[in-house]
Design a binder for this molecule. Structure first.
Ligand SMILES: Cc1ncc(COP(=O)(O)O)c(C=O)c1O
Length: 399
């Protein structure tokens, strides 16, 4: 058994990120400045989206995208129940009603279930690319287009995910990404919105900074001016250069991070594939899964006990997600009941997210497999180790 506890998640931050933050501190640009602009340009180039707007969280990104789509009191927004509360909380913040829908066996939103939830009051649809795998966007796009509704993608888990060969970030009206500490790349806290729509981009940019007609970056440079106008009561959602300092390097390393995540996922698939009573995540043929999460599903086993047994073996784990309809607020304010969401209930009851992140060594990944196997099979042998010939293990010096 391993002697040190393996946390469920840890970010991988190198010396480049640290030096870049120090450079920002020395430069005097501690809020939104040239590095945010460069990070936005690089992110737009990576996703292929014409516009990328850096903000202080994915929650802010979703909120801005919905606000720019005109969501307000009396409207409904369709949201999967199997998601983090931020996806639906922002709908409530705008005075609208989150209409929860069930998911498919992969934890993803599906067009037929969405179609049944559309009403005259529906104003937007938020697909969540759960765990780092894309929803079937073509089906959702055509349904949304048929009803004249915007698709606001929650891609908190899905930076680098592809759908039909194309990066997530260019399919819907707007796409919201998260750079929270546990995500596939991090800026500590942070987020990004991409869109192809010039007007929506301008509105979101304005709303992200008090609704002012010029942002601080433009106001305080030599070419800028002191004059601005408040066109609407906006928010304070801007990203800082300190965050962008991290983002610039994390983005540069992202493909390496994803390769390592996929390598560990392939190892888990191979080694846990035959374990009795376990369902493993599947990669759909529609695109690249970036394995932000690796949720296994226990078939007939007590989940709390299993997590405790992992902990006894010094392995951390988590659960994604407690479906929204189970939370007191959503239950009581909107009257949702578990029977309305049979698949989310089925998944939730057995879900356990295993540790999977680029900072993990081959040894760590093998320890996770050994721990799971010893619990489900009483097996304790060393098994086959990961990455012997791959050379893919992410070493900070190589990044
Ligand atoms: C599906 C989903 N949406 C939105 C968010 C919110 O992201 P952030 O913490 O960057 O606001 C999260 C965060 O975990 C998430 O998992």
């Amino acid at each position: 058994m391993r002697s040190q506890f393996l946390p469920y998640c840890l970010p991988l931050i190198g010396e480049e990120e640290i030096s870049e933050v120090v450079d920002s501190l020395r430069s005097g640009w501690v809020t939104t400045g040239p590095k945010v602009k460069r990070f936005e340009e690089n992110f737009a180039a990576y996703t292929g989206a014409p516009h990328a707007i850096a903000v202080n969280s994915c929650t802010a990104a979703l909120h801005l995208a919905l606000a720019a789509s005109g969501v307000g009191p009396g409207h409904e927004v369709i949201v999967p129940t199997l998601t983090f509360c931020a996806t639906a909380n922002v709908v409530v913040h705008l005075g609208a009603r989150p209409v929860l829908v069930d998911v498919n066996e992969h934890g993803l939103m599906e067009a037929p279930l969405v179609e049944r939830a559309i009403s005259k009051r529906t104003k937007a649809i938020i697909p969540v690319h759960f765990a780092g795998q894309s929803c079937d966007l073509h089906a959702l796009q055509s349904l949304a287009a048929q009803h004249g509704l915007p698709l606001i993608e929650d891609a908190a888990h899905a930076v680098g995910t592809t759908y039909q060969g194309q990066q997530i970030g260019t399919h819907g009206q707007a796409t919201a990404f998260s750079f929270y500490a546990t995500k596939n790349m991090t800026t500590g806290e942070g987020g990004m919105i991409t869109t192809s729509d010039d007007r929506m981009a301008a509105t979101m940019r304005r709303l992200a900074l008090h609704g002012m007609s010029r942002d601080a970056w433009k106001r305080y440079t030599e070419t800028g001016s002191w004059y601005y106008e408040v066109l609407e009561p906006g928010y304070k959602d801007n990203m800082t250069d300190l965050q962008a300092s991290l983002g610039l390097h994390q983005l540069r390393k992202l493909e390496l991070f994803i390769a390592r995540r996929r390598e560990i996922a392939a190892f888990y698939n191979q080694r846990l594939g035959g374990c009795p009573g376990l369902d493993l995540p599947t990669e759909l043929p529609t695109g690249r899964h970036v394995y932000h999460l690796y949720p296994i599903r226990l078939r007939n086993r007590n989940r709390a006990e299993f997590i405790e047994q992992l902990r006894e073996r010094n392995i951390g784990a988590s659960v994604h997600f407690i479906p929204l309809h189970r939370h007191p607020y959503y239950r009581e304010a909107f009257g949702y009941r578990p029977e309305q969401f049979p698949m989310a209930e089925h998944l939730y009851r057995g879900f356990v997210s295993l540790p999977l992140y680029p900072r993990m060594t081959d040894e760590d990944a093998s320890d996770v497999v050994d721990a799971v196997q010893s619990i489900v099979e009483g097996e304790s042998g060393p098994g086959r180790r990961l990455g012997v010939n791959s050379g893919l293990e992410v070493k900070e010096s190589a990044l």
